[in-house]
Design a protein around this ligand. Structure first.
Ligand SMILES: *Cc1c(COP(=O)(O)O)cnc(C)c1O
Length: 372
């Protein structure tokens, strides 16, 4: 049987539909940037970029020049913004790939100018403003003006946008207050720029909570993948399933230990299934105590510690469970479903990290017809 031990199934149709829904909710004339960094949050950057552009995205965002080049190589011509700061090491590749680079110091502008001049090209840049995230960006009007002066002396570099990033937008009322504070600083810091300079600040949380902060463009990351970080009325759907299979089923009496460390001891006769996935595939070992999987439309609890390549689950109440059955680790099966948020809760992390956790041996396939 030619089935992989476990695999992630990507649903590009849901990405396209999610982008369509996001484009439909932003104010008229506001663009939506698809954030496809980190290999499209684990879904594959080029396929996600393609689906997002079909859904109406007007720009793409990546973390690094290498990520941008990979998308260019797949033949995509849409504008691509590199969110990370420009560096000497890869500025030339960024210039050649026609990426929009991010600057936040006069030195960075000079690096772009030198590269663009050598390549006889014009490089577009966005100015990053740090309004309270403490990561990258100019922090005050004096630093901003120094960058603007450098730009004035750089004929091969054109400022086409400016942006900031919120640190607390998915938190409670307190977080929203801090977001307001960051937003005010951003407005004050950018009001001297030409009207043609694209202003963008909203991440997923702000897109849903504060559509009035959309400015010229919003940056949709996690919501594009179906996991809005806050309540939203939009019909956003997850775009990644994760499935494994049962490799072995056994009946055990009471008093039998399961897995490393003997943390689980059966207290009654049970049926135990072994599943072809472990932390070597990116299943969080620390999720073990709370984790569940789906088999034949029913929930089965993980028993004992999760191993590197395998885990055991209790199928006592799923009497027809048998070798080779599909095991849904993330996705739906019959009436039940497990989301990246469930896995994140069990593992004590966030949905973002679950989507990105697949180990290098996990196969990824694209399915245009399956549902989550
Ligand atoms: C990752 C990132 C985003 C997307 O954030 P989400 O919460 O996934 O929507 C937006 N802007 C910047 C600068 C980012 O680094």
């Amino acid at each position: 049987m030619n089935m992989p031990r476990n695999r992630r199934v990507i649903l590009p149709e849901n990405i396209r539909k999610n982008m369509r829904a996001l484009c439909g909710m932003v104010p008229e004339g506001v663009g939506v940037m698809a954030v496809v960094k980190a290999d499209g949050y684990g879904h594959g950057s080029a396929p996600v970029a393609r689906a997002a552009l079909e859904g109406g995205a007007s720009m793409l965002a990546v973390a690094s020049v290498a990520e941008g080049t990979e998308i260019r190589k797949s033949g995509i011509q849409a504008p691509i913004l590199v969110l990370g700061a420009v560096s000497r090491d890869d500025v030339d590749e960024g210039t050649e790939s026609g990426l929009i680079q991010t600057v936040c110091s006069p030195e960075m502008v000079e690096i772009c100018e030198k590269s663009a001049k050598e390549h006889k090209k014009q490089t577009k840049v966005h100015l990053k403003i740090d309004t309270g995230m403490g990561r990258i960006g100019v922090r005050n009007p004096a630093e901003r003006d120094a960058v603007l002066r450098a730009l004035a002396h750089s004929p091969h570099v054109k400022l086409t946008g400016t942006f900031t990033h919120f640190s607390d937008a998915d938190d409670g009322p307190d977080g929203m207050e801090y977001t307001e504070h960051q937003y005010r600083i951003f407005r004050d810091m950018t009001d001297i720029l030409d009207a043609g300079v694209l202003r963008h600040c909203a991440n997923s949380a702000v897109i849903h909570r504060r559509p009035d902060m959309a400015m010229d463009m919003v940056r949709a990351g996690i919501s594009l993948y179906g996991y809005p970080p806050v309540e939203t009325g939009l019909p956003l759907k997850p775009c990644m399933r994760w499935t494994a299979r049962i490799s072995y089923v056994k009946e055990i009496p009471s008093g039998v230990y399961i897995s490393y460390g003997r943390t689980f001891l059966s207290e009654r006769p049970m049926r135990i299934a072994t599943v072809t996935c472990g932390y070597g595939d990116g299943y969080h070992r620390c999720a073990g105590k709370a984790a569940e999987v789906l088999i034949r439309g029913k929930r089965a609890s993980v028993v004992g510690r999760i191993c590197m390549d395998q885990m055991m689950v209790d199928v006592t109440d799923i009497p027809d469970a048998r070798m080779d059955d599909e095991v849904v680790l993330m996705g739906s099966s019959g009436p039940e479903r497990i989301t990246a948020e469930d896995l994140a809760r069990w593992a004590g992390t966030i949905s973002y990290e679950i989507l990105l956790s697949a180990g290098s041996r996990v196969e990824r396939i694209y399915d245009f017809s399956q549902e989550f």
